[in-house]
Write a protein that binds this ligand. Structure first.
Ligand code: DC
Length: 226
């Protein structure tokens, strides 16, 4: 890519739409940084659980929200995440964290803390960055150069997610995903939502390679000023 102007790409959507695989591949292909904001919410949730904070008590979560130090490595070929210096890449993917992350990420003090972190990471990405999440185009980076909103049918999302979780039951995965989406979409502070100026891509009938190609083309068109 000839242009050296940093480009900011926001990719939002529910779980199982291929957001992470797409965002990482697009960033790698275009030489951009990559930020998985879901991993940050999972990391703060892991810290709350590990430190005995009552997940059902939003005021306890709010009071502790400033304590953990969360550091994200933004190389798309090997993204990393640490909490107080501990590598938490594996523990943040457990069922326990997945079932608690919506409650923790609904607390406004948690969102304020993580949003600030996300904005500073995006601002310091010299070549530009692909940021994936739920509220990136609407709240975190409303001035992003390109906003993508990925969707897929619940069946396709559950099938992909249970494949990732190595053969877990599709039916229970579907139920868990629907429950998490409902919580993420209905919370008061910056819910999962499509920005008015986002390009919606339905990935149900597309392969991962097709979705990546579609997003890369959109970024290149943006950069070319089309
Ligand atoms: O992308 P993921 O499934 O790893 O995200 C985990 C949770 O984090 C998701 O259920 C809601 C929350 N999240 C959020 O509230 N805002 C974001 N920008 C990203 C994730």
């Amino acid at each position: 890519m000839e242009s050296a102007t940093p480009v900011i790409v926001a990719i939002d959507g529910p779980a199982g739409t291929g957001k992470s695989s797409t965002s990482k591949a697009v960033a790698a292909q275009l030489g951009l940084s990559y930020l998985d904001t879901g991993a940050q919410y999972r990391a703060i949730t892991w810290w709350m659980v590990s430190n005995g904070i009552d997940i059902d008590d939003p005021s306890a979560i709010a009071a502790a929200a400033g304590k953990p130090e969360i550091v994200s490595g933004t190389d798309p070929e090997g993204p990393t995440i640490t909490v107080d210096g501990v590598d938490v890449a594996a523990p943040i993917r457990t069922q326990e964290v997945s079932s608690k992350v919506s409650a923790v990420s609904a607390v406004p003090e948690v969102r304020a803390r993580i949003t600030e972190l996300q904005r500073s990471i995006a601002a310091s990405a010299e070549q530009g960055i692909v940021v994936e999440g739920r509220d990136i185009g609407t709240t975190v980076l409303p001035d992003a150069d390109l906003k993508i909103f990925l969707t897929a049918s619940p069946e396709a999302r559950a099938a992909r997610r249970s494949g990732e979780l190595k053969g877990s039951d599709v039916h229970s995965t579907r139920e868990a995903l629907i429950k998490r989406d409902a919580a993420d979409s209905s919370r008061k502070t910056s819910p999962l939502a499509k920005a008015d100026d986002a390009v919606e891509v339905d990935t149900t009938e597309l392969t991962l390679a097709q979705v990546i190609e579609c997003v890369v083309t959109l970024v290149e068109e943006k950069r070319a000023g089309k």
